[in-house]
Design a protein around this ligand. Structure first.
Ligand code: XMP
Length: 517
């Protein structure tokens, strides 16, 4: 396995994902991880990430000295290259301008890192690589024992290596897709240089997770809050495989789910897979508590609190449950660790409904804690979950509660469900579902005038929203074909009573958020 020390770059997570995609297990830790922990980790190689600071500033981060004593290869990226140069006796200088974006790297001499990879050949047959740069400072003198293995028009030392010690460094970012040979370059490092195999596959991940769950829980009982979303569904499938009937799921139907969603969840898990699922039909309670409340945050709080009340009430009916399973995934772990140490530069305020009620004294089972979302999906497929389920768009915890603007009511929820269902059905039919990251309908309580054969109507409006995004922090509105929008609009006004106007949301994030509330 590979250890990645994080100096705070925005793209450090991508390094971990590239390495995992290559079938190599890796973990991401803050650069000031303790020496003991680093030794105990037992890495076959270490990667030093990029970072936002300057190595020239007093007190700026350095790699722990132990890294140079482990006797394993080290790869420095951007800031990681600069701190490597500084720590091993080279020199870094401030750039007069920041270099940002495309650059062409020319391979110099032979190195194990660039061996066999190039985008094209230069005049003398040397390899040329298209890369993505983002830095201010640069390495101006190599440390003892290093040679230059790559340069660009503006940069003498775009890449350096000390092959004897197995130290490599690049000034550019191979983890971003703009660096076309990036994945190959990581493969050279983890496979050819560090000698890692490719055992991190969905099949092995499943076997390993099942074994670990069995070991952790023994013959004890486990409770899981099943939402029908990807993460909790994969946990359910995994635990069912690992411990069968020792697992009980509680599925809370809050009345704010999509059309037929509750039935679909029961069908798939209870009927088809034989998982023990308790369905708590709590629509009435949720709607009662939401009555008269229009403020989005107040609605979120009520929905979150009511969820916990219902979940707990079901849980206390069960006897002798010692474990609570959760669908925590690796980005959540990294983000909350970063939030604690103040090192995360991207912090997403994760407003998930649910969470562990403090007084429910159970031990946690979190079998997805080490997995990225794409790994969770691959694991879901491996465990036999259907593709449509595994590649579902995310759905917020408060559900339709934040898609019915203002006060929530059952008629509004029913109208929205039907409109949303038509939109999603048409997106799937047209092959657009997988090309969008999230798509849904929104119920607008404003009334608009419409006219049908027998007269004027005065009815609420349905807005459609479809976005494309990588990380949900920023998003573009999806440029859906007019024909598709046209079919959706016609079907919604014809098939959903009480709607005579449909609009399409063409706002990006920022400034607009993805949800309307
Ligand atoms: P926004 O609307 O903030 O949404 O651009 C970003 C992503 O987060 C989801 N979202 C939520 N998820 N509880 C959740 O579990 C919430 O209260 C919530 N609000 C927004 C949203 O669906 C999108 O994927």
């Amino acid at each position: 396995k590979i250890l990645i020390l994080d100096f705070g770059s925005q793209v450090t997570q991508l390094i971990a994902r590239r390495v995992r995609e290559l079938g190599v297990y890796c973990e991401l830790h803050p650069y000031d991880m303790s020496e003991d922990a680093i030794r105990a980790f037992g890495a076959k190689g270490v990667i030093l990430s990029g970072g936002p600071e300057s190595t020239l500033e007093a007190g700026s981060p350095r790699a722990p000295e132990i890294v140079w004593q482990l006797g394993v290869p080290v790869l420095g990226i951007c800031y990681g290259m600069q701190t490597m140069a500084m720590q091993l006796g080279g020199q870094v200088s401030p750039g007069s301008v920041k270099e940002f974006g495309y650059a062409e790297v020319r391979a110099r001499g032979h190195s194990k890192l660039f061996d066999g990879i190039q985008d094209r050949a230069g005049e003398a047959g040397e390899g040329l690589l298209d890369v993505w740069m983002s830095h201010g400072d640069y390495v101006s003198r190599l440390p003892e024992g290093f040679s230059r293995i790559g340069s660009t028009h503006d940069l003498d030392y775009a890449a350096m290596a000390d092959e004897t010690r197995g130290y490599y460094a690049v000034q550019f970012h191979p983890e971003v897709t703009h660096t076309t040979q990036g994945k190959e370059l990581y493969s050279r490092f983890v496979h050819a240089i560090c000698g890692c195999g490719s055992a991190w596959t969905p099949h092995n991940i499943a076997d390993d997770a099942i074994a670990r769950v069995r070991q952790q829980v023994g013959d004890k009982k486990v409770l899981l809050g099943l939402s029908g979303g990807v993460d909790s569904s994969v946990v359910a499938a995994l635990l069912h495989k690992a411990i069968g009937d020792q697992l009980t799921c509680v599925f809370v139907d809050n009345g704010l789910l999509r059309l037929h969603e509750g039935d679909a969840v029961m069908q798939m898990f209870a009927q088809n897979m034989g998982v023990k699922v308790i369905r708590a039909d709590a629509e009435a309670l949720f709607l009662e508590r939401l009555a008269g409340v229009a403020d989005p945050e107040a609605k979120r709080k009520i929905i979150g609190k009511t969820f916990i009340d219902v979940f707990e009430a079901e849980a206390t009916k069960l006897k002798d449950v010692e474990f609570l399973a959760q669908g925590t995934i690796y980005p959540d772990v990294i983000e909350s660790a970063g939030a604690k140490t103040g090192k995360a530069h991207v912090i997403k305020s994760h407003h998930n409904v649910g969470g562990l009620p403090a007084h429910m004294r159970m031990q946690l089972v979190e079998p997805l804690r080490e997995l990225f979302k794409d790994e969770v999906r691959a694991l879901g497929l491996e465990l036999g979950l259907p593709r449509e389920m595994v590649f579902r768009h995310p759905f917020p915890g408060p559900g339709l509660g934040v898609r019915i603007l203002g006060e929530v009511s059952k008629p509004a929820a029913d109208t929205l469900r039907r409109a949303d269902h038509i939109f999603i059905e048409e997106l799937r039919k047209a092959g657009w579902y997988d090309q969008t990251s999230q798509a849904f309908a929104v119920f607008l309580p404003v009334k608009s005038v419409g006219v049908t054969g027998d007269g004027r109507r005065y009815e609420p409006v349905i807005a459609l929203r479809a976005v494309q995004t990588i990380d949900f922090m920023t998003a573009h509105w999806a440029h859906l074909p007019y024909e598709l929008l046209d079919v959706c609009s016609r079907r919604i006004v014809n098939e959903v009573p009480g709607v005579s106007r449909v609009v399409y949301d063409i706002s990006g994030k920022p400034p607009a958020t993805i949800e309307w509330e």
